[in-house]
Ligand binder design. Structure first.
Ligand code: UD1
Length: 314
């Protein structure tokens, strides 16, 4: 099997590359334009990586990188709900046009399967929790709409063009290497940085919004299972969540407990495009793909904090 990971120098993509190599993949091709990814994320596995500095907006480059591969993990994206509201054009071009390019090239290059990083944001606010794949989607931001469009393209490429596709709706993935340096960074990475710098974080709204924070290694394991799943799993979307739910206030309190640091958070106005509550129903992913998260939220937070403590203080 020859594997290619787009966005492979990013937080989730690089974890996936390490997961593939640990599983005995031999070599893995990485496609990344280093806009938000860092080659240093791949330092420890450099010897097993064929790195291609390619932007998914460039069809010819994407096609050339894709030749000779069996399975593609499409992680390349411009993430962040607020970023897509502040600056919608680049995220549209990467998240929709880039995904289209990936699929077109996959067909042309004879790739057997594409596994896609979809987003739980597609659900928007639902009346019922947990969120099940059969629910009506209701994107509340350009980012959510773009990621949902990618899912539609995935399923159409399976039905019209014979490329096997599986979409995994990620639920707020966190873990080592999530970049905490931008205002658009994931909230837990910002919380970790705040603790290490002893600066109060800002919580948008009342902090009672909740998320199904999912540890990156559990998402990697699910991707590896999706690569091995039978062809009957193709053309569909699965929740890639932990199945739990925790408020931001609870997450901040837990981090203070874990680290022994006490800091009062600041509160700001609610963020535009924000979803109130998020929690995955994991039944389909469990039954069809064999999803089996191994990390409780607290375990994931401890591993993640250890990583930030060691790497940010270097
Ligand atoms: C959304 C998706 C997630 C996707 C991510 C990609 C949902 C439910 N989740 O995450 O699946 O992977 O986009 O970017 O739509 N916050 C603060 N202070 C901060 C930063 C954030 O309070 O400094 C709050 C936000 O207002 C939000 C929560 O923390 O309520 C989580 O925000 P963030 O980490 O940016 O992720 P989502 O937008 O939830």
């Amino acid at each position: 099997m020859k594997y290619l990971v787009t966005g492979g120098a990013g937080f989730i993509g690089s974890a996936l590359v390490r997961g593939l190599l640990n599983e005995g993949a031999g070599r893995v091709t990485v496609v990344d334009n280093l806009l938000t990814g860092h080659e240093s994320n791949l330092d420890e596995v450099k010897a097993g990586v064929d790195f291609r500095r390619v932007d998914v907006r460039d069809y010819a480059d994407v096609l050339s990188a894709m030749q000779g591969h069996d399975v593609v993990f499409h992680e390349a994206a411009i993430p962040s709900v607020p970023r897509s509201i502040d600056d919608p054009i680049p995220s549209h071009e990467v998240n929709i046009n880039g995904t289209f390019n990936e699929l077109r090239a996959a067909k042309q290059a004879g790739v057997r399967r594409v596994i896609y990083a979809a987003s739980s944001s597609a659900y928007g606010d639902t009346e019922v929790l947990p969120k099940v794949e059969s629910m009506q989607t209701n994107p509340r931001s350009p980012y959510a709409a773009q990621k949902l469009m990618g899912e539609y393209y995935m399923s159409v490429w399976a039905s019209c063009f014979g490329v096997e596709t599986i979409s995994l709706r990620y639920f707020n993935v966190f873990g080592p290497r999530q970049d905490p340096t931008s205002a658009y960074s994931g909230v837990l990475s910002l919380f970790m940085k705040a603790i290490l710098e002893q600066k109060a974080p800002t919580i948008f709204g009342d902090g009672e919004q909740s998320r199904d924070f999912t540890f990156v290694e559990d998402v990697v394991a699910l991707n590896l299972k999706a690569a091995r799943a039978p062809a009957s799993a193709s053309g569909r979307t699965y929740n890639a969540g932990n199945g739990g739910r925790i408020t931001l206030n609870e997450a901040w309190a837990l981090l203070q407990k874990i680290t022994g640091v006490t800091l009062e958070a600041k509160y700001g106005p609610p963020r535009a495009g924000d979803v109130r509550d998020s929690q995955a129903d994991t039944k389909d992913a469990t039954e069809v793909l064999g999803h089996a998260p191994q990390y409780t939220f607290e375990q994931g937070m401890r591993v993640t904090f250890d990583w930030y403590r060691n790497s940010l203080r270097r």
